[in-house]
Write a protein that binds this ligand. Sequence first.
Ligand code: AMP
Length: 296
Amino acid sequence: MTYMSRWLYMIISNFQTLMQIIHTKKELKSAIKAQRDAGKIIGFVPTMGALHAGHLSLVDIAKSKADIVVVSIFVNKAQFAPHEDFAKYPRPLQSDIAMLQTCGTNIAYLPLMQEMYPEDFSTSIDIGLPGQILEGAFRPHFFAGVMLVVSKLFMQIAPDIAVFGEKDYQQLVLIKKMVAELDIPIEIIGAPVLRENDGLAMSSRNIYLSKEAREIAANLYKILLDVKEKLRIKGAAAPALSWGENALLKAGFEQVDYLVLCNAKTLQQLPVLQKPARLIATARLGGVRLLDNIAV
Ligand code: AMP
């Protein structure tokens, strides 16, 4: 190692040690207070860990809008049904922490399950009908769990801004709605979907895909683009969507849970293309549910 690179290494490792890793609400409160007292703008990125470049792109956006970035890693039990993958959800904690450190996160918040949901916890948040359609129709208590954990984290951190991925498009719309309806003073920022080279949307669950399924998976994005093209030419939703559903099954997907054209703000389904619109799909492949969406 040259003198210069040793010097750079020292600066980088010092920089990296600046990230605080916090587990308790008490520690978090005092760390946030110190930043608030110093007049810092606080940005927040909630995650369930198993981080990839998509998550880090959210951190980058938060860094561009705030002085201090808090990233939470918490596998939220409340959004999993008993038959879902809560226990086996990937938890590569060490590499997650290393990734957060290298991308310049200031505070990694890893809440304790017993502090988030003590045994007698009973409060729930009902987002109403928009939480029962699309993803909510297949995972009935999913959005109640998401809204609950996000509101708890919002109360604990009280950030100025929070960044969520368009990858989970319905979730982003519902969080914006909840924040507006409950007068929560946090600006919600949507971040574009980050994709692998072949177009597959990055996701923590992609590691569950076998080699063969991984090859088929890239077709989801390609078919969404084809459906978009058909909508652009003809406008009518039904024929384009039914073509898309067949194309997915032909490509090797086992089931299409939904493929819809909807209003990008209200999620109301559209019979004819009318902007701003979003094409949203969820399809199953080798036991994995793949979610994707594109603007139309
Ligand atoms: P998760 O850890 O899966 O709960 O995701 C945490 C946040 O990262 C959510 O706001 C997701 O929408 C976002 N996210 C996940 N995958 C991607 C991706 N491929 N591109 C952009 N954001 C993503």
